[in-house]
Design a protein. Structure first.
Length: 190
């Protein structure tokens, strides 16, 4: 089965990262410490470490690490990671505009028009007789508990911003583990 290529939806030229369920994405591995994430990200660009929001006393302290490409002009983070004191790196968010492309069994996941991604997910599921899933917000994606599809408004189009995750301390599912910053980001970036 052939899906639209990156050039077909305007994201050619991105870095390409691999995804391994419960292991990691690109050079980032779940469970890494803040220092290990910063070290792994050095080849990619500049990093900024900040405290994560403390909206839930249930979770251990969390740090947010933004990774920006090495460019002369300021740019939004290409990747945002979240590291818990208790479990290490648990969430990797790929920006819809600047983030690396990650492919799931032939389906590009980053920066896609969400309606096109839904069509591809349905076609893939029918072709290979597997399931796909919707998030509670109605975004379609692979039936993989380590991938939570999010929407990021880019111009007038809602594009895909996947979160690659493992469950963090005190949470029952990846959905419960989504950092509050990612809930606020949904649909609000330009």
């Amino acid at each position: 089965m052939v899906f639209k290529g990156e050039a077909d939806f305007g994201v050619a030229g991105r870095d390409e990262w691999s995804y391994a369920p419960a292991v990691g994405v690109g050079p980032l591995r779940f469970g890494m410490t803040v220092d290990e994430v910063v070290e792994a990200a050095e080849a990619l660009g500049r990093t900024k470490v900040s405290d994560g929001a403390r909206d839930h006393a249930l979770f251990s302290p969390t740090w947010k690490i933004e990774i920006r490409r090495r460019e002369s002009a300021p740019s939004p983070p290409a990747v945002t990671t979240y590291v818990s004191q208790a479990v290490g790196l648990f969430c990797i968010a790929a920006d819809a505009v600047c983030g690396p492309q990650v492919v799931y069994d032939g389906i590009p996941l980053v920066g896609r028009d969400l309606s096109e991604l839904e069509s591809d997910a349905i076609a893939y599921a029918e072709a290979v007789n597997v399931h796909f899933r919707y998030t509670p917000e109605g975004y379609a994606g692979p039936d993989d508990p380590g991938i939570v599809m999010r929407g990021q408004l880019v111009g007038a189009v809602l594009r895909s911003r996947p979160l690659f995750m493992v469950t963090r301390d005190g949470a029952n599912t990846e959905w419960d583990s989504i950092p509050s910053e990612e809930h606020r980001l949904n649909g609000s970036t330009a």
